[in-house]
Design a protein around this ligand. Structure first.
Ligand code: NAD
Length: 667
């Protein structure tokens, strides 16, 4: 047996610890006899160099350690939560690293219940029936206004086994029931075990990227580079972050306990909510499917996912998840229009994670409110870019062109208002026009185009309407190439002399259009930028970082990039979300991860015979003692803690006695 990455002694260490974890039984061979180490190699291949070195060192040490010591370390690593931070952290790493590598072999065979038993997990793996049924929507929705893309059928999920869904359930209820049925098994897995699915998904997406980009282009018409950089690279970066940070951020966390609660410990536990409904828009159909799905799975939630009817990527997400061995019941994908989305909300998920327009966000919030289902809304934007006179004009103009035109302007955080300080306005405009004229537009096959086409006709019409309105009200529209007002290949446009009454100034345009507005002072530009119903992100450009930070703080937005554009969402460690009509809640980063959790508060008291001071009986004496303790604790002066200790001891002793002997107790 050989490994591409492990030396003979490291391999021996792996087999030793592997046999300890998977000793084998009647049905299953022990780890060392289970075949090649190909899967372990595959896992090691995708580790960072430093992680791989760490694991290799560990296995080399295991090789030379007596078995009893290795067993002791692994037992301790399993109980890491009971150990103090400094000791717990390395043990946590050992636990994750060793389990991840040893189990990688077994994740490749989800159907084998014997393997799950070894892992201490017996999921109910639900077989998908062979037949696919096309049914009309459940009829529960009131949102039938949205159109349907040609050729996209409302394919509802394959029906789950009868035993899992109530008699007479609608298709939406069936999907929800099937996802719920998978929730217990997923929730029982450790975070490290869930991470292995995310790692596997990442590896598959990386390997199959060209085919995925083909599919994204077919549905959206975007340029190949747009698909590669935003949807594939963006997703891989996000998945790596989940894998690396998830185990720490989802581990039980010790919290501060007040002095008066001496002897107790306080914790937060990050537990799954259950089943999350994810509803996505059409502009980034791949990353906006898999990023929230991966976040939900990592936090232990099963998913019902409804893609946009305009860019369903039909079958692709199912295919990738199946290859990553994600059991079918963990992610149900339901195709259809808003009517189907509404019916899924009525099926009462444990959370709705919605990305889409403000108009639909309002409907969803109202519908979910009736059932008290929590919602997170990632909605539209009208993002401002503010360029001060000391900014580097070439760089800022290049940034503005990319920020406004990437994905053909169909990004919620596109630059939709470009404020440039008066003194550099003309020079900046000239440079911006040069840059936009050079933009190559094509639904290309080799990555040699900057932007592609608009995805949907109705958005193309909105862009045409905004341009017409701006022209009528006196704006100058400078277009890189002629446009007939109909083609989905809308060329980049710079709009000069924009006034506040134009729809292009206030409404989301969502196309390759850059409205330019001059400003004189810092105060003026902050007022102009904040004069919007939206508040997603913004960018501020200036060499004076104090000024840039000051303006950044003054902007009413969920994020701000300084001397860069659309970059807060590029970092998966940063929370993403808006204020005002751009929605609420935060996706990504620690806040986003915890948004998919039931953050449970836990207070552990040791098992004593003490009667607490705040329990009955309440007497005049206790009142005085409590008051003494409280005024010492929260008062001023160096001796207050001595006063607090004295009063606290008296109160404790009296409360104990009074709790047993009743109100007449004397101290
Ligand atoms: P949309 O609101 O029309 O549709 C989004 C999704 O909601 C679709 O899947 C649709 O079928 C579904 N839907 C529609 N009505 C529904 C209802 N009543 N109940 C349940 N589901 C319903 O948005 P869109 O046109 O697909 O996407 C463009 C919008 O998304 C833009 O406003 C853009 O700014 C926004 N967006 C926001 C973010 C963000 O993170 N803030 C990211 C991308 C896009």
């Amino acid at each position: 047996m050989t490994s591409r990455y492990l030396s003979t002694s490291q391999l021996a260490g792996l087999l030793k610890v592997g046999d300890m974890m998977i000793p084998g039984d009647n049905e299953l061979a022990p780890f060392s006899e289970s075949g090649s180490v190909e899967h372990v190699d595959r896992m090691l291949e995708f580790m960072t160099d430093s992680d791989r070195q760490g694991v290799k060192l560990l296995f080399a040490m295991f090789c030379f350690m007596p078995t009893i010591l290795v067993r002791g370390i692994m037992t301790l690593a399993d109980r890491k939560q009971h150990l103090p931070g400094l000791l717990g952290a390395p043990l946590r790493m050992i636990n994750i690293g060793v389990k991840g590598v040893v189990m990688s072999l077994y994740y490749s065979d989800v159907g084998d219940a014997g393997i799950y038993d070894v892992m201490g997990w017996t999921p109910k793996v639900v077989e998908r029936p062979d037949e696919e049924v096309s049914q009309p929507g459940s009829g529960a929705g009131d949102a039938g206004a949205e159109g349907r893309a040609a050729g996209v059928s409302e394919v509802l999920p394959k029906p789950p086994p009868r035993s899992l869904v109530p008699e007479g359930a609608s298709a939406a209820e069936s999907a929800m029931a099937l996802a719920r049925a998978g929730a217990a098994a997923l929730g029982r897995l450790s975070v490290a075990e869930r991470v292995s699915y995310i790692a596997s998904l990442r590896e598959i997406v990386l390997r199959r990227r060209e085919e995925i980009i083909d599919r994204i282009q077919q549905d959206t018409g975007k340029s190949r580079s747009d698909a590669l950089m935003s949807e594939i690279y963006g997703l891989l970066e996000a998945l790596v972050w989940l894998e690396k940070e998830g185990p720490t951020l989802l581990a039980d966390r010790k919290q501060h306990t007040p002095l008066t609660m001496m002897g107790k410990t306080s914790w937060t536990w990050y537990q799954p909510l259950g089943t999350v409904l994810i509803i996505s828009p059409w502009n980034y159909p791949f990353i906006q499917a898999l990023q929230p799905i991966a976040t939900a799975l990592l936090t232990g939630n099963t998913v019902v996912y409804k893609p946009s009817e305009h860019t369903p990527l039909e079958g692709l997400i199912e295919d990738l998840l199946a290859e990553a061995q994600v059991p079918p019941s963990w992610v149900q994908i339901v195709y259809g229009t808003g009517t189907v989305g509404a019916a899924l909300i009525d099926a009462k998920p444990d959370k709705v994670f919605f990305t889409g327009s403000t108009k639909t966000g309002r409907r969803i919030a109202a519908r979910a409110a009736k059932l008290l289902v929590p919602v997170e809304l990632e909605l539209g934007g009208k993002d401002a870019m503010i360029v001060f006179e000391d900014a580097n004009i070439d760089r800022a103009a290049a940034g503005a062109a990319w920020g406004a035109l990437t994905n053909t302007g169909q990004s919620c955080t596109s630059v939709e208002r470009l404020y440039v300080q008066e003194s550099i306005y003309e020079a900046f405009k000239a440079r911006l026009l040069e840059v936009t004229e050079q933009i190559v537009q094509e639904v290309d096959e080799d990555g040699d185009a900057d932007i592609g086409a608009m995805t949907v006709d109705f958005q193309t019409k909105i862009v045409a309407k905004h341009i017409e309105d701006a022209k009528t009200k006196g704006a100058e529209v400078i277009c890189a190439r002629p446009w007939d007002g109909k083609s989905k290949l809308i060329p980049p446009m710079v709009v000069d002399r924009v006034s506040a009454d134009m729809s292009i100034a206030g409404e989301e345009t969502f196309g390759p259009v850059i409205p330019l507005v001059p400003f004189e002072s810092e105060e003026e530009v902050v007022r102009l930028a904040n004069d919007s119903e939206y508040g997603l992100t913004a960018s501020v450009w200036s060499k004076d970082l104090d000024r840039a930070r000051r303006v950044g703080r003054a902007l009413a937005t969920g994020g701000v990039s300084i001397n860069n554009v659309m970059l807060t969402e590029g970092n998966p460690a940063l929370p993403f979300g808006g204020v005002k009509n751009s929605g609420f809640g935060r996706h990504k980063g620690e806040h986003g991860l915890h948004g998919f959790c039931n953050v449970k508060s836990v207070l552990v008291d040791k098992d004593s015979d003490k009667i607490e001071a705040n329990w009955y009986p309440y007497t005049a004496k206790k009142y005085r003692l409590f008051d003494d303790m409280m005024t010492s604790l929260f008062g001023k002066g160096l001796l207050r803690l001595i006063g607090f200790a004295r009063a606290g001891l008296k109160l404790e002793s009296y409360s104990n006695k009074a709790g047993r002997e009743g109100r007449g107790t004397r101290l």
